[in-house]
Ligand binder design. Structure first.
Ligand code: GDP
Length: 457
């Protein structure tokens, strides 16, 4: 995986047809290989878009393949830090793969997934946190996810980690100096000061962790399962929430036997909505399977929307769903408000403040309130307008390790343990920071991170 000396090539734009498609070359041979593909005798002028033709010189008679715009980005100021050439061709998969084949014939190797960004990281153009941000940015399905990823790419996390590392380094250096000159009684730092300084650094780590659950919710999105007895309007509500017709709506009970899922943008949260068969005693094996899947979906969901039908009396099945969902985050959607109600909301006997919203899935009435309530239930009422910097579970896990190590150092210093012990804890905290930014990250972790990328990134 780590072979930075050869020249790699890949299509950088998504598969399929488009107005334009980009083939990217990176490595020491990028310019020479591009030169072999283009009908030009002079080299490309750095950072200038140059109109040229791609010619296939592998044939007996050379054939023009496409008219392109080629741009060269010399090292070290390119995306990857190597020599890079980007060839912007017409967006036809046939053409683009031909250009890649020609580049390979001229000496390039097909890039592995994420290899361009891996090189950027290995060449010090990005740290690991920023490289992960590139993947998140490309994968984002809501504007808020894109914003969190872009902030991370711009260095919001990197800058904070660097500052934590600077403070830790300073303290470690002073402690080591104290150890080096014990005979002279030369103490660069007193135990009391260590407790205060470590406590302050730990406070900063915990402040970062404070918003992290919300950050993770934004980054990873969440699952919301729609439950209720047959015919209360679950599928209609699912479609209304999505704003498109996706689930099959029929007046026949038990139509939705499998799980239907779709992602919707709920104020920036990427919510995977799951329309289920509902949870109830099944009448046949297919339905039984559907009910089992609904239960599984509830098990992993962040929240449930329990749908009740206001036009008919509450049935034992309604009470069963209410009881089963009582321990989880939920919104009770009382549906069919466009028709006369046959029971009062108070008869549900839910606690004051329970999230109950009246809606009509048929007309869309009440859906603004439903979306707002669902968002509040998912975020514990916290705003999403100021997203926290830390959003990635790898970062959260490592910051927790830093906080734990600093807590141990603080305790050791406070109880008068030898400086060596305090130092060992501080070093442990610092190495977790190094793993976070990629200064010292095990190869298998790196491999795992870059495997998630698609080819061309
Ligand atoms: P599910 O079995 O719970 O998924 O229910 P469906 O979404 O398939 O709807 C069952 C029936 O209720 C269909 O005939 C829908 O048109 C009807 N329905 C759903 N929502 C509403 C609503 O808000 N008002 C009225 N009047 N009918 C609705």
């Amino acid at each position: 995986m780590f072979t930075p000396d050869d020249t790699i090539v890949a299509v950088a734009t998504p598969p399929g047809r488009g107005g334009l498609g980009v083939v990217r070359l990176s490595g020491p041979g990028a310019s020479t290989i591009a030169g072999a593909l283009l009908d030009r005798s002079e080299p490309l002028r750095p950072r200038h878009a140059t109109l040229a033709r791609i010619v296939d010189q592998t044939a007996v008679v050379s054939i023009a393949v496409d008219q392109v715009v080629a741009t060269s980005f010399p090292r070290p100021g390119s995306y990857t830090g190597d020599d890079v050439v980007e060839i912007c061709a017409h967006g036809s998969p046939v053409l683009l793969s031909r250009i890649v084949t020609l580049a390979r014939a001229a000496g390039a190797r097909l890039a592995e997934p994420g290899e361009f960004t891996l090189r950027a990281y290995l060449n010090g153009r990005l740290d690991l946190v920023q490289a992960e941000a590139v993947a998140d940015l490309v994968e984002a399905v809501t504007p808020l996810q894109a914003r969190v990823a872009f902030d991370q790419l711009e260095g919001t996390v990197t800058v904070r980690i660097r500052e934590l590392d600077r403070q830790l380094f300073d303290l470690i250096a002073r402690l080591e100096a104290s150890l080096d000159f014990p005979a002279e009684g030369y103490h660069f730092v007193e135990a009391g000061e260590v407790v205060v300084v470590v406590g302050a650094i730990r406070g900063q780590v915990e402040a970062l962790l404070d918003g992290a659950a919300r950050g993770r919710l934004i980054r990873e999105g969440c699952q919301v399962v729609i439950l209720g007895k047959p015919n209360v309007g679950k599928s209609t509500l699912f479609n209304q929430l999505l704003g498109v017709v996706r689930a099959i709506v029929t007046p026949v009970a038990g139509t939705t036997r499998d799980l239907v899922t779709e992602v919707t943008d709920l104020d920036g949260l990427a919510v995977t909505l799951v329309d289920s068969a509902g949870i109830r005693p099944a009448r046949d094996p297919v339905e039984e399977e559907g009910v089992w899947r609904a239960r599984q979906a509830l098990g992993v969901a962040s929240a449930a929307v329990v749908v009740l039908d206001r036009t008919g009396p509450l049935a034992p099945e309604d009470w069963a769903v209410l009881e089963e969902t009582a321990p989880v985050r939920r919104v009770v959607a009382v549906n069919k408000m466009d028709e006369p109600a046959s029971w009062a909301l108070e008869s549900l006997g839910l606690a004051a403040g329970a999230a109950i919203v009246e809606v009509s899935a048929r007309t869309g009435e009440g859906f603004e309130g439903l979306r707002e309530t669902l968002r509040d239930v998912l975020t514990d009422g916290e705003s999403l307008t100021d997203p926290p910097p830390v959003a990635n579970s790898r970062h959260i896990g490592l910051l927790e390790r830093v906080a734990e190590a600093l807590g141990a150092a603080e305790e050791a210093a406070a109880t008068g343990a030898a400086e060596e012990f305090v130092l060992a804890d501080l070093q442990r905290g610092r190495s977790a920071l190094d793993e976070l930014t990629g200064k010292r990250t095990p190869d298998d972790v790196l491999q795992h991170i870059f495997e998630q990328f698609c080819i061309g990134k």
